[in-house]
Design a protein around this ligand. Sequence first.
Ligand code: TRP
Ligand code: SF4
Length: 328
Amino acid sequence: MTSKGRIFSGMRPTGRLHLGNYLGALQNWVALQNEGYECIYCVVDLHALTTETDTSHLRANTYEMVLDWLAAGLDPQKTILFVQSQVPEVNELHVILSMVTPFGRLEDLPTFKEKVRQNPENVNYGLLGYPVLQAADITLYLAQYVPVGEDQVPHIEFTREVVRRFNNRWGEVLVEPEAKLTETPRVMGLDSVNKMSKSLDNHIELAATPEEIRRRVMTMVTDPQRTHRHIPGRPEVCNVYHLHQIYTPADQVIRIEHDCKTAAIGCVDCKKIFAASLITGLAEHRERRARFAADPDYVWDVLAEGRKRASVIAQDVMLRVRDAVGLP
Ligand code: TRP
Ligand code: SF4
């Protein structure tokens, strides 16, 4: 089968993934792989260094995250799965791309401004250079498409500018990538206010046990107007209902919508139904994950193989880059 084009994307090693990571990104990564793109997916551990001062969990977090990648259906036979720092050519390309990066452009990026606001005591050089390293990730593999969420679009736009400047100065070596937006609504956390995220502890892990799923689902915030069992609810504003639409069979969802609007069902029962749907929906993931985890070397073997395949591309591109730049 001929490829529809080359895709690159990266995820920070955050450990076990949650529903938000899956519905917002990973599910789409798997679909692209199965639609016949040539996919390269990277654990961006160097990017994690820009904000994480405690780096002692990087290995374990990489391992746990890649287990979720594999359980979700990323197939190392088809797709390159590798760790960013294990293909060090990216650092050299990062330096070269930094020479065609205007300083002020980096300071203006919304992601940088936000990180500075969140973490004013740790504004380091690496953080400013984050998008340059990301541009190096993408261009080192001559990727044509980059599946990302809305928040990352400025980084892809930035990458395109850098590629144009590189190619104008040194010749057409790099490829201008296109963002491929993931069309999923953002998944809200259990609090229904914030996006689902591990740091806010408002998440449900893909690998959660049935007991844990039940416990977490029962804490979910529903329609705030439904302060009493007899007050009808508004499914359209309820996070539980939104997730029902993904995990509960359609005929049952129609009934839930009706019963909520007529107060025929209470939120507790509604959440019990949702917990049951989610337990069923995640069962296969959990089983596959356990099977991959049974061999503790498996994840590292996959990543070693991915590193080899990624290196072949990276080394070839760097030869062309050095030649174009005129490095002796
Ligand atoms: N910056 C991305 C994020 O925070 C992660 C990332 C790093 C990435 N390098 C990449 C995404 C290359 C796409 C392509 O989500
Ligand atoms: Fe949400 Fe269900 Fe409660 Fe309706 S009954 S508000 S859909 S949890």
